[in-house]
Design a protein around this ligand. Structure first.
Ligand code: HEM
Length: 203
């Protein structure tokens, strides 16, 4: 491959490199060896190409400041979620002081967590619109999204039981054990989500 070919190759996103080639001679579209014909491509890949070609995605791609700004908001929101989940997990594991009850702690922190998660969803969606194939075709991104859902479900469960009964998670040894397990799971998920989120860039 000469240097001009190499520079063209570089500009073509991975997912579009699989486009079918015109077979020499018969004019019929056949995929190169081991690649899928256009009609056989997964719907999600076709959707990514469509989304990347929309005016809104093209506009985001053209603005140099857009991705760094959106990523900065994403990262600041991660800090809020991580700190709050860390505090909640420490409380559930009995690693923090007894001055403040779990209900008081969660009452103070959960509005921040839900707001930060909403910002993460908005900024994450904007990043996905900008580079659909980079995210939606990436296994780590899908695993990350499942972990985000699992973490949100755990936090919702912890919060919902407390709104009904402020002493719910401390009422019995069994519940204290469940609370410890849920707190540890939420913290572990938050750490794994951060690792997966960072790792997407290297896959
Ligand atoms: C709520 C839905 C969320 C969506 C839709 C979302 C989406 C995204 C996207 C598209 C990226 C860019 C990845 C790339 O191309 O390199 C990203 C990066 C990242 N996300 Fe999320 N995310 C969400 C929530 C979270 C949460 C809850 C956390 C952690 C608590 C998190 C942590 C990260 C990290 C650490 C990065 C890498 C940032 C960087 O290095 O620039 N995300 N996310």
């Amino acid at each position: 491959m000469d240097s001009q070919d190499a520079s063209i190759q570089k500009k073509v996103p991975n997912h579009t490199r699989n486009s079918p080639h015109l077979a020499p001679g018969n004019g019929r579209i056949v995929p190169p060896h081991g690649q899928l014909a256009e009609r056989d491509r997964p719907l999600i890949a076709v959707f990514c190409d469509w989304l990347a070609a929309t005016r809104v995605s093209q506009r985001f791609q053209d603005l140099d400041w857009f991705v760094p700004l959106v990523q900065t908001i994403h990262i600041l929101s991660i800090a809020v979620v991580m700190t709050s989940v860390g505090f909640i997990a420490c409380k559930l594991l009995g690693l923090s002081g007894r001055r403040r009850s779990l209900a008081a702690l969660m009452g103070g922190t959960m509005p921040w967590v839900w707001s930060a998660l909403a910002l993460l969803l908005i900024t994450g969606t904007l990043l996905t619109i900008t580079e659909p194939a980079r995210e939606l075709l990436n296994l780590l991104f899908r695993i990350k999204m499942l972990m985000v859902l699992a973490m949100a479900a755990i936090l919702l469960l912890l919060q919902e039981r407390l709104t009904r009964d402020p002493d719910y998670w401390t009422a019995s040894a069994g519940r204290r054990g469940s609370a410890r397990a849920l707190g540890s799971a939420a913290l572990l998920l938050a750490v794994c989500i951060i690792i997966a989120g960072r790792w997407i860039a290297y896959t």
